[in-house]
Design a protein around this ligand. Structure first.
Ligand code: FES
Ligand SMILES: [Fe+2]
Length: 313
C-alpha cells in the first residue's frame, strides 16, 4: 500500500477541515476516509467497506461517533473495528472479523498525519518549528498536476527565483546578482534526516537558508521584523499525477499574519512551471550543472530509498 511513499508519517489535511461529516482524501494512491469520533479523535480508514466495497466516505457519523457505511449501515470505530451490523446479530468473534482497514493518525501543527507503513508506526521526526500549539499555524493547501518529487525539487531550488518569480519577489533579489555576474554557491551539510543548505551569490552577502527533511518537507528559514519565520512546504503525493502542495507557517508574532499574502501569491508562478515538467524525476536523461547540487542530493536519496533504482556512478 501507499507505494508512492511507503513507511512515513505524512500530513494530509488540516484537522480543522474534519467536521461532523466524513472526508475523502487520496494519499499516495490510496483512497482514505477521515472522520472525527465522539471524543474528537480522528480516524483514518481505507475508503472501502469490507462488506461489499462501497465508499465509506459517502456514509455518515452515527450518534455514537462511528462511521456508518452508506450501503447496508455497518458501523466502524476510528480503529476500524466493526461495532454494528443492522438486521444481523453477530457475536463478538464474528464482529471482530468484519473490521475495516485502518491507519494510525496523529495531530501535529494542526495537521492530520497518517503513517503509510505496515505494523508498528515508526518514530515521527519533525523540526521543532512544527511542535507549537495546533492553532498557531497558518495552513494553505492546493492540488498541483505534477509528481510529488518535482515539488520537492522546486522547494530545494533557489536558482529559479530570478526567473520564475521575476514579476514578484524574484526580480528584486535576482536581477542585481545577474547584473553583477554572480555565481550561485552552496554550503550543504548532511543531517540525520536530509540536508541543510545555505544558498548565496559569491559576491553578495545575503542568501537563503533552508533544510530538507526526508521525505517531502522543505523548510525555508529567515527573519522578518526581527522574528524567526519558518515556511514549511510539504509535497504530499495524491497519486502519480497529482500532488497536494501544503504550506504551513508559524508566525511567532501574530501581527505578521497580515503578510501572509506575500507567501501565497507567488505560489502560482511555481505551479505553472512545475506542472509543465514531465512526471517523476528521472534517474538519467536530464542535464545537470553545479547549481543543481541540492536537488541532486534529493535525487540520489529518492532513487535509492523510494524508487529503488540503482544510482549511476
Ligand atoms: S457495503 Fe458497506 S455495509 Fe454493505
Ligand atoms: Fe519558487
Amino acid at each position: 500500500m501507499f507505494d508512492l511513499l511507503p513507511d512515513f508519517w505524512i500530513p494530509v489535511i488540516s484537522a480543522a477541515e474534519i467536521g461532523n461529516t466524513p472526508v475523502a482524501v487520496e494519499l499516495a494512491g490510496e483512497r482514505l476516509v477521515l472522520f472525527r469520533n465522539s471524543t474528537d479523535d480522528i480516524g483514518a480508514l481505507l475508503d472501502r467497506c469490507p462488506h461489499r466495497g462501497a465508499a465509506l466516505s459517502l456514509g455518515h457519523i452515527s450518534a455514537k461517533g462511528c462511521l456508518e457505511c452508506p450501503y447496508h449501515g455497518w458501523q466502524f470505530d476510528q480503529n476500524g473495528n466493526c461495532t454494528h451490523v443492522p438486521l444481523n446479530n453477530p457475536n463478538a468473534l464474528k464482529l471482530s472479523r468484519l473490521a475495516a482497514v485502518s491507519f494510525p493518525t496523529r495531530i501535529i501543527a494542526g495537521l492530520v498525519w497518517i503513517f503509510t507503513g505496515q505494523g508498528k508506526p515508526k518514530t515521527i521526526n519533525i523540526p521543532t518549528s512544527l511542535m507549537g500549539a495546533h492553532n498557531s499555524y497558518f495552513i494553505h493547501h492546493e492540488v498541483w498536476n505534477a509528481h510529488w518529487t518535482r515539488l520537492v525539487e522546486n522547494a530545494l531550488d533557489y536558482v529559479h527565483v530570478p526567473f520564475v518569480h521575476r514579476n514578484s519577489f524574484g526580480g528584486e533579489i535576482g536581477e542585481p546578482a545577474i547584473a553583477a555576474g554572480s555565481f550561485a554557491k552552496f554550503q550543504i551539510v548532511p543531517t540525520e534526516q536530509g540536508i541543510q543548505v545555505f544558498s548565496y551569490y559569491h559576491n553578495i552577502k545575503s542568501g537563503f537558508a533552508f533544510e530538507w527533511y526526508q521525505p517531502n518537507l522543505v523548510v525555508l528559514k529567515f527573519d522578518e521584523m526581527g522574528m524567526p519565520v519558518r515556511i514549511h512546504s510539504f509535497a504530499i503525493p495524491i497519486n502519480q499525477h497529482q500532488t497536494r502542495y501544503l504550506l504551513v507557517i508559524q508566525f511567532i508574532d501574530p501581527d505578521a499574519i497580515s503578510m501572509i499574502h506575500e507567501f501565497i501569491e507567488p505560489i502560482v508562478e511555481d505551479r505553472v512551471v512545475v506542472e509543465s515538467q514531465n512526471g517523476e524525476i528521472p534517474l538519467i536523461g536530464e542535464a545537470n550543472v553545479p547549481t543543481d547540487q541540492p536537488t541532486l542530493s534529493f535525487r540520489r536519496w529518492y532513487h535509492q530509498a523510494i524508487s529503488r533504482q540503482a544510482v549511476p556512478i
